[in-house]
Design a protein around this ligand. Sequence first.
Ligand SMILES: [Zn+2]
Length: 341
Amino acid sequence: MRETPSRMAVGDLRRVRITGVSSPQLAWALGREISLPASLLASIGAPAGASELDLRGVEPPHLNGLADDLRVRAAFTDRTPHSARIPFTYQYVPPRVRSFIARQIGRRLRTRAGQWARFPSWPLDLSADFVADWLSGAAGGVDAVPVLLTHDIDSAGGLRNLVELFLPLEEAVGARSTSYVVPRAWKLDHGLLREAVARGHEIGVHGYDHSNRTPFLDRAERRRRLASGRAALEAYSPAGYRAPSLVRTSGLLADLADYFEYDSSIPTSGGPFPTPNNGCATARPFRTAARGVAVLLTHCERRFSGNPPMLSAYREFLEFVTATPQLTWILASRVARTAWT
Ligand SMILES: [Zn+2]
């Protein structure tokens, strides 16, 4: 892989490596690369073009809203991705062909991270959290990071694998997961859904029919789909929503508020998918400035994670989290309902 430049201008953002911090609350950022506005860097006397930033002795500037700006700057994928523009539902392309195409694209993209990960950077960009902690002087001290296990259930086979293969592994370590289920594309097996809920797991809604169009529809049609998708899974009191392929628009997010308690569609660093340079550059639930959460997303279909090597990696991950005192299990609805301080 080609090395990405350590400093990069993105609009008015520049990437700098933090080499010194002004308070213990910022210690987590030491050595990390953070994107900050060039004007902010100039205002605290950083030399133009500097790739490193030592904040010892630097008074935090008085700025309102910068952390919010960074969170939403690349949070929405308002440009239609290819998959929503083709004149037929891309799911009719056989899965193996899709996987092959994705691998080819992935191989090409890995060498060009400088273009698709200008901001947020890949694989992790915590610029918004850094700014929030720096400017507020608060936050810090995390007892245990909540870890969410989530699955996107795109097919009847995925649901079967969830219940037969994944849930037992999770339960063996005392964890429970949240599964976002496509509500209107295939026949839902309510026996399996009921069983997952009865065993302490959660169900959320994964779009409508997974054709990646809902975010771009006019408001009335989009709301009809959200209501219909929710209704299909109403028996499981779905608290949250995740957009298929993580394709989301500001219009979609605004409408979701009327149907769900939270949305889980905006990654910290989206990398190249569904569009380059997308993500919210924060590991924290947004509504309230809070501590970070870690979210694992898997697809239970055999071609993704529902196969022996991937399941064994999954078991190792579950055992690692369970054995790490700084990590603790949480369900997505509880994150949404917690008053983060
Ligand atoms: Zn999906």
